[in-house]
Write a protein that binds this ligand. Structure first.
Ligand code: NAD
Length: 492
């Protein structure tokens, strides 16, 4: 069945979800308006699923799990199929990258990087399927002879709720470890950027590579389809990437059946530049820590601490990088910064710029909308000389806005770094290896980058301390939340 029902004009309508291995017409009748962030034009409308669509998707995932259609395949077969899924997505890499640029606005280079990274994620977790095993233990059993072992078993049906800033990459970050663990999954992609998930569903329906019900995708709004998934009594685990506020709601929703919950949430990540740092490298790295993907990155380095003696030089350097960056459509190969994702996000970021000015920060560069269409904002640099407790220095903005503040050395770092409810990313630039590792020890965050920023790899766990989340994604730790441990005892 065709998903697109009106492809005759520039504007498309998608009316289906991917449930039980096929495209299924939406029961929910609300529509999601899909905009091109570079022009602000309406480019399509996607059916928004409701609680009934979620019920059907969860039933399909449950059936796949309970009938063991996936789990009963050999580990080698499951590994090969997950790898093959990555290869097939790879054959559509250019198409997916174009969809992400059109939907989210990100520059093409960034979109291509995302698609590469998600294919690597599928390969990484394909390799892990054959390495999941338990332990045997030597029991001290009062003269009884007992043989014991543990096994690692899938947690069950997973609900995945994801954000718009790297739509397909984050979705696959959930799917890969979930199915590698033997779970089945229902995905609720972000309403702002549904297109890559819709296309993935179409391709999965066409390929028929995986068992019916193993992966299901229901588009919809967070308050409706998302909430229904989080509340659902037949869902065993929720894995979420998004805002801390919604993460807290999901914890409440999980109480009904004590779902396992993994949360990748927001951040207000600090970057420290010491006066012995190699500024040729530190300045552009600090600029890209905040300007990449227009600052719509959960670990964006949005608090920039510069050692006092080099404050003016560094802040001017970061402003210069911002000033030199080319804003435009993600399809233009010259573009370094694309638009923000939506009008709502643009209004939100502009309101932070206004609050920075009204609360007394010095605007060094930027702060203005760019162009006469689309959701562009200039890279923006504020100086908060007195380190006042102002909103732009404390709240997550999720835009290309950095607040720079002076600091006086390692003695101040711990208090400054950790003076936030978040703990996701952090950066330290110094040529002194002892300073670097002392700083890494003092910062309460899930990621510390030394003389670099934002490097991610599927082999390294990613996640947050404090209100930046629960659990980790990627690495061996990334599959653990999708597994239960069973202990088995046998009297010999
Ligand atoms: P959001 O929390 O508003 O939405 C994320 C997802 O949750 C969307 O799919 C949305 O539909 C859904 N949702 C909203 N309300 C819901 C509800 N009541 N019940 C169930 N689902 C609901 O976040 P956003 O604005 O889309 O994304 C930006 C946020 O995501 C930022 O705070 C950012 O830091 C965070 N983020 C974190 C990471 C990470 O890995 N830590 C990565 C990317 C983004």
């Amino acid at each position: 069945m065709a998903n697109v029902i009106d492809d005759s004009s520039a504007s498309k309508t998608w009316n289906s979800h991917f449930i039980g291995g096929g495209l299924t017409p939406s029961i929910g009748t609300d529509m999601i308006d899909v905009y091109d962030p570079a022009t602000g034009e309406l480019v399509g409308r996607a059916a928004a699923g409701n609680a009934k669509d979620i019920d059907d998707a969860v039933a399909a995932a449950r059936e796949c799990f309970d009938k063991r259609t996936w789990r009963n395949k050999t580990a080698h077969d499951r590994a090969a199929l997950i790898w093959e899924l990555g290869e097939r997505i790879g054959k559509h890499a250019d198409e997916f990258a174009e969809i992400e640029v059109r939907d989210n606005g990100m520059p093409m280079m960034f979109a291509k990087g995302n698609i590469n990274s998600l294919i690597n994620g599928l390969r990484y977790y394909a390799g892990m399927v054959t390495k999941l095993h338990g332990i045997t233990a030597d029991l001290s059993g009062n003269g009884r002879e007992i043989h014991s072992y543990t096994s690692s078993e899938p947690v069950g049906v997973v609900g995945a709720i994801t954000p718009w800033n790297a739509p397909l990459a984050v979705l696959i970050n959930k799917i890969a470890p979930a199915i590698a663990a033997g779970c089945s999954i229902v995905c609720k992609p972000p309403e702002q950027t549904p297109q890559s998930a819709i296309r993935l569903g179409e391709l999965l329906a066409e390929w028929k590579l995986l068992p019916e019900g193993l992966i299901n995708i229901v588009n919809g709004f967070g308050y409706d389809a998302g909430q229904a998934l989080a509340d659902h009594p037949d869902v065993d685990k929720v894995t979420f990437t998004g805002s801390t506020a919604v993460g807290k709601k999901l914890i409440q929703a999980s109480a009904g059946n004590l779902k396992r919950v993994t949360l990748e949430l927001g951040g207000k990540s600090p970057v420290f530049i010491f006066d012995d740092a190699d500024l040729e490298k530190a300045v552009p790295a600090a600029a890209m820590a905040i300007f990449a993907n227009s600052g719509q990155v959960c670990f964006a380095g949005s608090r920039l601490y510069i050692q006092r003696g080099i404050f003016d030089k560094v802040i001017q350097g970061v402003a210069k990088v911002g000033e030199s960056m080319r804003l435009g459509s993600g399809f233009d190969p010259q573009t370094q910064i694309g638009p923000l994702v939506s009008q709502q996000q643009l209004s939100r970021v502009m309101s932070y710029v206004e609050s920075g000015i009204s609360e007394g920060a010095e605007l060094i560069f930027g702060g203005k909308q760019h162009g006469d269409k689309g959701y562009f904002i200039q890279p923006t640099v504020f100086a908060n000389h007195d380190r006042k407790a102002i909103r732009i220095a404390e709240e997550e903005i999720f835009g290309p806005v950095v607040t720079a503040m002076p600091f006086d050395g390692l003695d101040e770092l711990e208090a400054l770094a950790n003076n936030t409810e978040y703990g996701l990313g952090s950066g330290v630039f110094t040529s002194n290896v002892s300073t670097a590792h002392r700083a890494a020890k003092l910062i309460r965050a899930g990621n510390v980058w030394i003389n670099c920023y934002g490097i991610l790899d599927k082999a390294m766990p990613f996640g947050g301390f404090k209100q930046s989340g629960w659990g980790r994604e990627a690495g061996f730790e990334g599959i653990a939340p999708f597994l239960e441990t069973k202990s088995v005892y046998t009297m010999l």
